[in-house]
Design a binder for this molecule. Structure first.
Ligand SMILES: [Zn+2]
Ligand SMILES: [Zn+2]
Length: 740
């Protein structure tokens, strides 16, 4: 039989092309659509998906090559259809979209199966063992040495792979062997981190969930259940202030879905940062929860996908790609922290999981719930019915917020005297504090004190960030790492001043008076894996008094009942960037991080340090003038033709040759302007060079979004060949989240 195959390649020039092959072996009566096959393609062999039966007429029957089937089951038809929609909407290569939706267990069938075993270490089996920190001094166990104690103190109850444990504790393998000999630890072999670990390592201080729903929560649950039972696909915005207990509402609705034999997908920005939600889900639904996180290896991902496809895992929780989970009987998709821009994928296919989630609900029928304390402006204009939680349950109140005007503060420290003394008082009472500084490294730039030159990455037009511990200057875009020069290479005499302090410097400043074991840092320099995030959060949760310093990672979803003080060290970091969402992001970050204070019964307090106290988004975040903020933001968006009033398509032309990149983009802009109004095409504008490539950008905001997308798609299709031959790369980003 002749079939049409799409190779699973992210090659843009292939667009929506199909290729004909001969398919021999097929079980009796099976339709070939969706079959995963291996096909010869050019000089190599690649995976592909059969999208149709019969010839497309591109190859004569005599020259047809053979496709070989590699998995028994086909990719479900709803997912194949979804890939087609992705390709159309995001103007993305069909092959890349099909690869995104192909369940991992089918892909795994094309590889030799081998699960990688590693050695794990944990505390010895003892049912009453309450955890490493509570190890009683009166126990008759042999006393561990200093190094052994350090290792024990970082071990979570579920254990860790030996390599991770050694790295975290900074000890060698011999220390573990010695502990095992003393009977203070046990080791065994199992697959590299199982799906369940990230959440098991989460803070243990979570207060027991209130058994009864509050009045507001009950109203929300009732509203969602009604929508769930509606004959048409429905969507709802669950808008609840931080700490208002959105999780309880999700759980109640999920319960109903599972009870009636349906399945659900719960999307979270990042599994490691939302461990508490995952823990609650697992507590309530046990093995019926399937977890997809980025640390899963191919074999583990395949195992979870197999459980999901078989209907064993009824609730799938994961980051954005979990929106493609091969669930059967989908009834509900929950998008938690729905404002988070990590739902947008920054590689081909550049999809937004929030948009795709709605498409899946439309395919299957059911309900989409977007939950957040700080909705994105787009979800407010979409006229999505809202359910609102205004209060924190069980007597908890929203924290008091105070602005510290840095123009009136002297000194050279990052924290003002006022912030510093409040921090000391908080710690003095044995409570916890979170300090946010949304910039990593020691200093954002080094500047020569004589000639004024700033050290830049030679490949990217970006200043190099100084990392003191690593003794290096690092490019946060391309990863280049060089030792800082002793004197300025430009003038040969100046030494450097350090600008834009980051979390590393803040931690150093605090270390002068806060003991090392009470100070925790959370940013992508210290935590490189999901496991490590859980470690830091768990260690902080059981340390009081204690301080957690970090980037926006500290603002996400955690619930620390003993945090009574939040300090925003620099509210202005995200303000002056060329992006129309800068104000929205600043507002969201301030509201979100403020929400970490004063959970449970303890009153909370927030200090916001800023050089711009009168700037709208900061002023309104501090005063909790939520309605006014969104009204102002919607007005501005309408005036300037931004989402939600216009959909945007961002086009970037990149080349090693500056002139070619510019010429390429000018030509494309001219062609689009022949069909669009002048205000519908912005640019071309030059962007900073990255990885040695010059970049020019245009942004299309057509009043008729579908017509605009079609026009851009056609123009790009025609230009890709000629551009590729001239060494020009054309990137298309539909509904872009970033413009850098
Ligand atoms: Zn100099
Ligand atoms: Zn660079």
């Amino acid at each position: 039989m002749i079939v049409q195959v799409v190779p699973l390649l992210a090659v843009r020039t292939l667009g929506r092309r199909v290729f004909d092959y001969r398919l021999a072996s097929l079980p009796e009566g099976a339709a070939p659509a969706g079959a995963l096959v291996r096909v010869p393609f050019g000089a190599r062999t690649v995976l592909g998906i059969v999208v149709a039966e019969g010839s497309s007429g591109t190859v004569g029957p005599d020259t047809l090559l053979a496709a070989e089937r590699v998995a028994a089951d086909p990719v479900p038809s709803d997912l194949v259809a979804l890939a087609g929609r992705l390709a159309d909407y995001y103007l993305a290569p069909w092959g890349a979209c099909l690869r995104a939706v192909t369940p991992a267990h089918l892909l795994a069938a094309s590889r030799p199966q081998r699960e990688h075993l590693v050695t794990w270490v944990a505390l010895p089996e003892s049912p009453s063992s309450p955890g490493p920190l509570a190890t009683s001094p009166v126990s008759p166990a042999p006393t561990p040495t200093e190094k052994q104690r350090r290792l024990l103190s970082i071990l979570p109850s579920v254990g860790l792979p030996v390599a991770d444990a050694c790295r975290l504790a900074g000890v060698g393998r011999a220390v573990i062997d010695a502990l095992v000999r003393k009977g203070l630890a046990q080791t065994w072999k199992q697959a590299a981190p199982p799906p369940a670990t990230a959440d098991d390592q989460q803070p243990t201080q979570t207060p027991p969930a209130p058994f009864e729903l509050t009045g507001e929560q009950e109203v929300a649950v009732k509203g969602l259940l009604e929508a769930l039972g509606a004959p048409e696909p429905e969507r709802r915005l669950l808008w609840g202030v931080t700490g208002s207990g959105k999780t309880e509402v999700y759980l109640a609705v999920l319960e109903e879905v599972v009870r009636t034999g349906g399945s659900a997908i719960v999307l979270v920005p990042e599994i490691a940062l939302t461990g508490q939600l995952v823990a609650r889900l697992r507590h309530r639904f046990g093995f019926r929860v399937g977890i997809l996180h980025s640390a899963l290896g191919p074999a583990q991902r395949a195992r979870e996908h197999r459980r999901i496809a078989a209907g064993d895992a009824r609730i799938v929780v994961g980051a954005r790609s979990a929106v493609f989970a091969p669930v059967t009987d989908l009834r509900l998709v929950v998008v938690d922290e729905a404002h988070d821009s990590s739902y947008k994928q920054e590689d081909e296919p550049r999809y937004d999981a929030r948009t795709v989630a709605w498409w899946r609900v439309c395919q299957a029928g059911g309900l989409l719930v977007e939950g957040t304390a700080t909705p994105r402006v787009e979800s407010l204009a979409a006229r999505t019915p809202r359910l609102i939680l205004r209060e924190r349950p069980a007597g908890a109140t929203l924290p008091l917020v105070e602005v510290i005007d840095m123009r009136r503060q002297g000194g050279t420290t990052i924290l003002s005297p006022r912030a510093r003394s409040t921090l000391d008082e908080t710690l003095g009472r044995g409570e916890q504090a979170v300090v946010l500084l949304n910039r990593r490294g020691y200093a954002g730039f080094l500047q020569c004190e004589v000639c004024g030159e700033v050290r830049m990455c030679p490949h990217c037009e970006i200043s190099l960030t100084y990392h003191r511990q690593r003794r290096s200057l690092v490019c946060h875009h391309c990863g280049l790492q060089v030792p800082p020069p002793p004197v300025c290479p430009s003038c040969g005499q100046g030494t450097f001043s350090r600008g834009s302090p980051g979390t590393e410097r803040l931690a150093e400043e605090l270390q002068r008076s806060i003991p090392r074991e009470r100070l925790f840092r959370l940013d992508s320099d210290v935590v490189t894996s999901g496991t490590r995030v859980g470690e830091v959060l768990a260690a902080f949760a059981r340390t009081y008094p204690g301080v957690l310093v970090g980037t926006q990672m500290v603002a996400k979803g955690h619930d620390f009942p003993l945090v009574t003080l939040v300090i925003v060290a620099d509210a202005d970091t995200g303000l002056y960037v060329p992006d129309f969402r800068a104000t929205e992001r600043t507002f969201q970050l301030l509201v979100q991080v403020s929400g970490r204070a004063g959970r449970a019964q303890h009153a909370g307090r927030v200090l916001v340090q800023t050089w711009n106290p009168e700037v709208g988004c900061i002023r309104m975040a501090v005063a909790r003038e939520v309605e006014s903020f969104y009204r102002a933001e919607l007005d501005a968006r309408e005036r300037h033709g931004y989402p939600p009033y216009r959909d945007l398509i961002r086009l970037v032309c990149a080349s090693r040759d500056e002139e070619r990149a510019e010429a390429g983009m000018r030509y494309l802009a001219e062609r689009l302007r022949a069909y669009l109004r002048s205000d519908e095409v912005q640019g071309p504008a030059r962007l900073p060079r990255l990885r040695g490539r010059s970049r020019w950008q245009i942004v299309v905001s057509a009043a008729d979004a579908d017509a605009g997308r079609e026009l851009v798609g056609r123009a790009a299709e025609q230009l890709r060949g000629p551009y590729a031959r001239r060494g020009l790369d054309l990137m298309i980003d539909v509904d872009p989240q970033w413009f850098t």
